[in-house]
Design a protein around this ligand. Structure first.
Ligand code: ASP
Length: 330
């Protein structure tokens, strides 16, 4: 089996000045995952490390660079899933750690549970010796700026703030979508195992304690060796209503290709609940797709020693892995 890794850096609108940074971030992550798969590593290790590298990159809304909740704090969600045995671990509303994806893996491997939240997740992280960082270390200039902009947008849009049903559509889709830069990865390894991982700071100005799709199995991600693996991004409440990751795999079970299944699932989300987003998918035979209904989604994949990446609809840039390694300076 030829290994494949696909990563995304979030669905939304990527302003021109951020395109290079996003492209570089997803390229680095895909190459990291590929290096693990190439030396015979597992799909699970590849997706964890690919996501961890993006959690360290302030370009993305995950780990360092996470967007801020209504109180101006970082609260993160993440999930990891092993397609071999349907094992999964997730965390929600976690603070003060750089790698929620690694904590999710510990939940999967060291507890009998699937999802730990808030204080319980923090206590578990401490018990596992996960390093803690001050909250400010996770806040980037950009996430702070976006939070302030968002507050202004909402206060201008309505005299009395009301909950925004789908921030990717209202009150100002172009502006609000800028924030969406969740990260994710899916992979199939040389033994045919698949895995997925997703990590996010959620939505700007979300309520304290809001849990999004990225911590919920079948929504933010799903992996099953019998079909394939998916990681999603976009408006969490819409993703949860249609259980987007599992819906995509359902379409594949019915015989659709990964690309058609992704389009069909995203289309249902748009028509049924007016939700926008994106996803990456790999089948257990190594076919993959990266699709989105938002203006942009940064993604990258490595298969057969070729790196492909894109940001806008229909865009695919291709380089050899060797060239790509040169371009990121390693
Ligand atoms: N799905 C994430 C959430 O709603 C946000 C995103 O993907 O950008 O928490």
């Amino acid at each position: 089996m030829k290994p494949v890794i696909v990563v995304h850096g979030g669905a939304g609108r990527i302003p021109q000045e951020r395109e290079d940074g996003s492209r570089l971030g997803v390229t680095r992550a895909a190459l990291k995952g590929h290096s693990i798969l190439k030396r015979g590593g597992s799909a699970l290790d590849a997706v964890e490390e690919a996501v961890a590298i993006m959690e360290e990159d302030p370009q993305f809304n995950a780990g360092i660079g996470s967007v801020l909740n209504e109180k101006g704090e970082v609260e993160m969600d993440a999930i990891i899933m092993d397609g071999q045995n349907l094992g999964s671990g997730a965390v929600s509303a976690v603070k003060n750690i750089v790698h929620p994806i690694k904590l999710s893996r510990l939940v999967m491997e060291k507890t009998n549970h699937m999802l730990l939240t808030d204080q319980g997740a923090l206590d578990f992280a401490r018990a596992m010796g996960v390093p803690e960082v001050p909250g400010e270390k996770l806040i980037s200039d950009r996430s702070l700026e976006r939070w302030k902009e968002y507050l202004e947008t909402v206060s201008k849009a309505t005299p009395t703030p009301v909950p925004v049903p789908n921030p990717t559509l209202t009150p100002n889709p172009q502006e609000v979508q800028k924030d969406l830069g969740t990260v994710g990865a899916v992979a199939v390894d040389s033994t045919g195992n698949v895995a997925c991982a997703t990590s996010t700071g959620g939505l700007t100005n979300k309520r304290v304690g809001r849990v999004g799709d990225s911590a919920c199995i079948g929504c933010g991600g799903y992996a099953d060796n019998n079909i394939g693996a998916v990681s999603t991004t976009g408006h969490g409440e819409s993703i949860m209503k249609v259980v987007l990751a599992r819906l995509t795999l359902y379409h594949m079970e019915q015989g659709m290709s990964p690309g058609d299944a992704a389009d069909a699932a995203l289309n249902s989300m748009k028509t049924r609940v007016e939700g926008l987003g994106g996803l990456i998918v790999v089948s257990n035979s190594g076919d993959w797709a990266a699709r989105f209904s938002t203006e942009n989604m940064s993604w990258a994949t490595v298969k057969d020693d070729q790196l492909h990446c894109g940001i806008s609809a229909g865009e695919i840039r291709t380089q050899s892995v060797e060239e790509a390694l040169g371009s990121i300076g390693s």
